[in-house]
Design a protein around this ligand. Structure first.
Ligand code: NAD
Length: 483
């Protein structure tokens, strides 16, 4: 077996947001850098950007936007005095638009790699030891061994499978396949009412599929503040999403061109017969065969790479970032900051990450976005807090857009120091409104700092300003403190 040794300063394994950003930062810092990734798109071509771009958030948001336009034209355009008849949707074209976005952005990453002289290799990489990586590629008849002073593992995650609902690719599909349907199913069920289940459920429900979401937990969306989760539950159900809580799926199998599914809840066992079933029951780190056994890379009992607070693995000079570790949630921007952090550490710059100021977003319509702690978690530790809530329907800008005006902005501050401890939003463009709140928390701002900040009028960002005012019972566009 012919083996070629190439010496790099840094090899990054994985070109998702964590990996490709880390490779770019390494190159900016003057390191000779290579990035290896094995993703193949539908055309069998290599594609940068990882699951996030190719089969995750970006693909989801592209479909979300198409579904919102379709729904608006079908159900909400008349309020503008605009009438549109015979609105139909061509799903293959919707999917092709999404694929085109992915291809264009993947190409831009490749251009940036070329600009920075980052060597991109398409293939499957395996860590052999703290300095060597073996790359198997369809372009080369025999594996190649590459050498580097530092190695960054960034291979991301993939959907978990449920043995009692095996994926067949046609009737029972995973969350990536659910972004490539060729028609709207008449009836659809989703296992899992987490972030991905809600995002996919919203899209296909808006395109016209009668959608049932089965969630094993009794509580709906436990991560954001419960007031926001309750509002989300009400809104999604009013949109026609059939959310069933405490519903644990026990079996699902294709039968007569449909799927027969059984689930248990407190009332007993129920059966559903649907056209398609999406399994959205979580994601697992891509650590199978990531390291050769003799490399002795330490994993935890769930297969995540064991790292310290500096993303260092048990092997000197080997780092792990993004979905591979349990340092923070599986979020693209968590991977991005870790990618930057590790590249700078290699250059001797120590710029620690403030995981407390990590934003979260659920890309539904309306969006859910939050940063910091919930009212419930703070009350549970008897922290003295004050809370301000402002309803979106009291904001002028949201009315002019004619978009969904449901939702609220909630700010939680320390009762004595006034420091902002959490901001939770449900509403149109919540992810954009949240950016100011993230900055406020990053800079340890008080709610008074937000009150003193001049916000352009009329803008959606004023909802955050008004929530800060509401915290002092001074909200301007609601007659009484909103409750
Ligand atoms: P999740 O863990 O958030 O949700 C999966 C849900 O499936 C859980 O609530 C679980 O109770 C339920 N479940 C499991 N087995 C079940 C069964 N048999 N019957 C009924 N319900 C069952 O997982 P996810 O939604 O797949 O997301 C995975 C990760 O990816 C999360 O960390 C998420 O934050 C991240 N992610 C984030 C974004 C974003 O930032 N917008 C987008 C995609 C994914």
């Amino acid at each position: 077996m012919a083996e070629i040794h190439t010496l790099y300063d840094v090899i990054v394994i994985g070109a998702g947001p964590a990996g490709y950003i880390s490779a770019i930062r390494c190159a900016q810092l003057g390191f000779k850098t290579a990035c290896i990734d094995g993703w193949l798109n539908k055309k069998g071509q290599s594609s940068l950007g990882g699951a996030h771009l190719n089969a995750g958030c970006v693909a989801t948001i592209a479909l979300l936007e198409s579904s919102k336009i379709y729904h608006l034209l079908k159900h909400g355009i008349n309020v503008h005095g605009i009438y549109a008849d015979n609105i139909t949707v061509d799903i293959p074209k919707v999917i092709a638009r999404k694929d085109n976005i992915i291809e264009t952005f993947g190409g831009k990453i490749a251009d940036i790699f070329a600009y920075h002289k980052i060597d991109y290799l398409h293939g499957k990489a395996q860590l052999l030891n703290e300095k060597h990586v073996r790359v198997s590629s369809s372009d080369s008849p025999s594996p190649m061994v590459m050498e580097a002073k530092h190695i960054i593992l960034a291979t991301g995650s993939s959907p978990t499978e449920l043995p009692y609902a095996p994926i067949d690719g046609e009737f029972i599909i995973d969350t990536a396949m659910a972004l490539n349907l060729d028609a709207v199913p008449e009836t659809l069920a989703i296992i899992g009412g987490g972030v991905i289940g809600l995002e996919l459920g919203g899209i296909w429900n808006r395109f016209g599929a009668k959608t049932t979401l089965l969630e094993a937990q009794e509580t709906f969306l436990s991560l954001p503040d419960h007031e926001i989760s309750s509002e989300a539950y009400r809104i999604y159900r009013s949109q026609g999403l059939d959310v069933r809580l405490g519903a644990r799926v026990i079996t699902a199998k294709p039968h007569n061109n449909k799927v027969t599914l059984s689930y248990q809840d407190q009332q007993g066992t129920h059966t559903l017969c649907i056209d398609k079933l999406i399994v959205a029951s979580g994601r697992k780190p891509n650590t199978d065969n990531l390291a050769a056994p003799e490399a002795d890379l330490l994993l935890d009992e769930n297969g995540f790479v064991h790292v310290n607070e500096n993303c260092r693995t048990n092997l000197p000079g080997v780092y792990a970032i993004g979905d591979l570790t349990v340092l923070g949630p599986m979020l693209a921007h968590k991977g991005i900051v870790e990618g930057l952090f590790v590249a700078e550490q290699i250059a001797g710059i120590h710029n620690p990450i403030n995981y407390e100021a990590l934003p979260s977003v659920i890309y539904t319509d309306p969006e859910i976005a939050w940063v910091g702690q919930t009212e419930q978690a703070l009350r549970a530790i008897a922290e003295p807090i004050k809370v301000g809530v402002f309803p979106l329907n009291a904001n002028l800008r949201v009315h002019t857009t004619g978009q969904n005006n449901e939702g609220m902005v909630k700010i939680i501050a320390h009762a004595e120091t006034d420091a902002i401890l959490g901001v939770h939003i449900i509403g149109t463009h919540a992810s954009e409104i949240l950016a100011e709140a993230v900055l406020a928390i990053e800079f340890s701002a008080s709610s008074e700092d937000l009150v003193q900040t001049i916000h352009a009028h009329p803008t959606l960002s004023e909802t955050l300003h008004e929530a800060a005012l509401a915290l002092k019972n001074r909200a301007l566009h609601v007659p009484l403190p909103f409750s």
